[in-house]
Design a protein around this ligand. Structure first.
Ligand code: FAD
Length: 559
């Protein structure tokens, strides 16, 4: 008889080692929290999935220490064309690779999801406090009394997570918080009793990843063929790879549509055959559109596909999951450390729900354009869209700001992404991205002239607030215009002074009409302020907001 091992203890149990679970585990591990990750599969998911990464997601991965390695394995998207069967352009989305985005990364990059998953797994593997256990299928969770809560940290209940390990051996993890990153059919979502709203979209598509033997110049790089005879997606799958997606039609056979022979038959018109390409992966998916109505119940939370699903036409499912991870990780860090009440976690759902809902709706709307199978309806669609496309490319839509949450009340800039442009350190001509120069985390940034008293948050903060800010891990920086090194050789350098070497911050602060901004660890603006007392006002407002997190909104979990 096999005896079950004693329960493992962790602060956080992450269920599912997909990209979202791995990122949350990595971010918490980097903060020093013990994390147990339970994954039911023995190896990573082998089916073709995400190929598109947006600029915000790239910045999240930058701050997780992943993007330097992933960036060389991406292909920047120039444009995304939607054409009808005759080749007439219906929609021309401009990737505008030459235009800097607010996040400092290309608006859209194409990549291979397994590359990201491998980099995340390697980074997680370097975290001494994070353990990933594969072949552990989580069956059940039981909420019970607290165990081993560190002195001075939030006490209360803990959750016992029960899983079937290899050979059917039962495993148990006791954790203070459980995050279900267990995908679209989430067991944790079900156990938590979180309802899901259906956004009414369903279609089956055959997804095919191909690697041509010789390099091929695809023009356009990314195209949707809105042909009622076979709606088709043909996009980059990262350098050297092509992603094809073929809609399954009502007349297609019930069996065998997901076979290699079907894939090759559909690839042939694109000039791809077994003689000149390798069929790497293929799978038949049923796309849906769903969103949880609550993201947390007690000590159970959900993230990624466990919280939301959308058809892939806008390439936002994974990007949304990475945003979930970035939002949740710093909040859990504060709650675990006893620096904020548990109710802070309610703002996770309110902030993210408002962002994800429009992403789902946009993805569904794009799906409605491409998935028209009736030739007459397709012709009517073409008449509507083609004249619009003649006007030229349209920019990719902006991502929605955060919904209500831990933000400075009444500030129109709160909840938007803070600009990440190149800056240089005082006395150096070397340029770095803002988050790399500051180290990320909580940042108070003032913008002013060269004088040390101009918009200098470090000088302005009253002593009590400065201590609280430092204990939070917050840092102060002063941005000054121009790129010329300020100090003469040998003169002491001020590490809190950054130079706005491209002038981008001058423009940004000018548009804000403020000189000081408080940036959260997930790179969103907490709030902005100007004039004397701006820094103290912002830090004081943050302290109050954290102290009473969620208290003003008893129904905060409902999104
Ligand atoms: C064809 C296709 C194209 C896509 N294109 C894009 C795109 O271009 N851009 C984009 O942003 N997104 C895209 N997506 C969406 C993206 O792939 C997903 O949103 C993303 O993979 C979700 O990651 P996740 O970590 O939340 O879930 P998953 O990757 O599904 O991971 C969940 C993990 O949980 C594990 N698990 C499940 N149940 C249990 C259990 N009971 N116990 C233990 N472990 C469990 C699973 O084995 C799995 O490893 C696409 C998706 C598809 C299908």
């Amino acid at each position: 008889m096999t005896t079950a091992p004693p329960p493992a203890q962790a602060d956080v149990a992450v269920i599912g080692a997909g990209p979202v679970g791995l990122l949350i585990a990595l971010l918490l591990g980097r903060q020093g929290w013990p994390v147990e990750v339970l994954e039911r599969q023995a190896t990573t998911y082998g089916r073709p999935r995400a190929v598109h990464l947006d600029h915000e997601a790239a910045r999240i991965l930058q701050n997780a220490g992943i993007m330097d390695d992933l960036a060389p394995q991406t292909e920047v998207m120039d444009s995304y064309l939607w054409r009808n069967a005759a080749g007439t352009t219906l929609l021309w989305l401009d990737g505008a690779p030459e235009v800097p985005t607010v996040s400092g990364w290309p608006a859209s990059s194409m990549f291979h999801q397994p590359d990201l998953e491998r980099l995340l797994a390697e980074a997680v593997g370097r975290q001494p406090g994070v353990r990933v256990r594969t072949e552990h299928n989580v069956r059940d969770v039981v909420v019970g009394p607290a165990h081993g809560a560190a002195a001075g940290t939030a006490a209360g209940e803990s959750v016992s997570v029960r899983a079937d390990g290899p050979g059917g051996v039962r495993a148990e993890v006791r954790a203070r918080w459980v995050i279900g990153c267990d995908g679209a059919d989430s067991r944790i979502r079900q156990l938590a009793g979180l309802d899901v709203a259906d956004h009414h979209y369903q279609a089956q598509w055959l997804i095919v990843d191909v690697r041509p033997a010789e390099p091929v110049l695809w023009s356009p790089l990314n195209v949707q063929v809105c042909d009622p005879a076979r709606p088709t997606t043909a996009v980059s799958g990262g350098p050297g790879r092509r992603r094809f997606e073929f809609m399954r039609l009502p007349g297609d056979p019930q069996d065998g549509f997901d076979s290699p022979s079907t894939a090759w038959r559909l690839l042939e018109p694109w000039g791809l055959t077994p003689a000149n390409a390798v069929l790497e992966r293929h799978a038949l998916y049923t796309f849906g559109a769903r969103l949880v109505d609550r993201w947390r119940r007690g000590r159970l939370l959900v993230a990624g596909d466990a919280a939301h699903q959308m058809p892939p036409f806008a390439g936002q499912g994974l990007c949304s999951g990475l945003r979930d991870a970035a939002n949740l990780a710093w909040k859990l860090d504060l709650v675990l450390g006893g620096r904020a009440p548990e109710t802070l976690l309610d703002s996770y759902g309110t902030e993210r729900g408002s962002q994800v809902r429009p992403e789902i709706d946009f993805s569904v709307e794009l799906g409605k354009i491409i998935c028209v199978l009736d030739p007459a309806a397709a012709a009517a669609r073409d008449l509507d869209f083609a004249p619009l496309a003649e006007a030229g490319p349209v920019p990719l839509p902006d991502r929605p700001p955060l919904g209500a949450g831990l933000l400075l009340a009444g500030d129109p800039h709160a909840g938007k992404v803070a600009l990440q442009a190149p800056v240089s350190r005082d006395g150096s001509s070397h340029e770095a991205r803002l988050d790399d120069a500051t180290g990320g985390g909580w940042v108070l940034l003032g913008y002013g002239g060269d004088g040390p008293d101009e918009a200098n948050p470090a000088r302005e903060l009253p002593a009590g607030l400065a201590r609280w800010w430092a204990a939070l891990g917050g840092r102060c920086f002063r941005l000054v215009p121009g790129s010329a090194p300020r100090n003469s050789p040998g003169a002491p350098r001020d590490s809190t002074v950054l130079r706005d070497s491209t002038g981008a911050y001058g423009g940004w602060f000018g548009a804000l009409e403020r000189d000081t901004v408080l940036i959260r660890p997930d790179s969103y603006v907490f709030g902005t302020a100007g004039g004397p007392g701006a820094a103290g006002g912002l830090v004081g407002a943050l302290r109050s907001a954290l102290a009473g997190a969620g208290a003003e909104n008893p129904d905060a979990e409902r999104t």
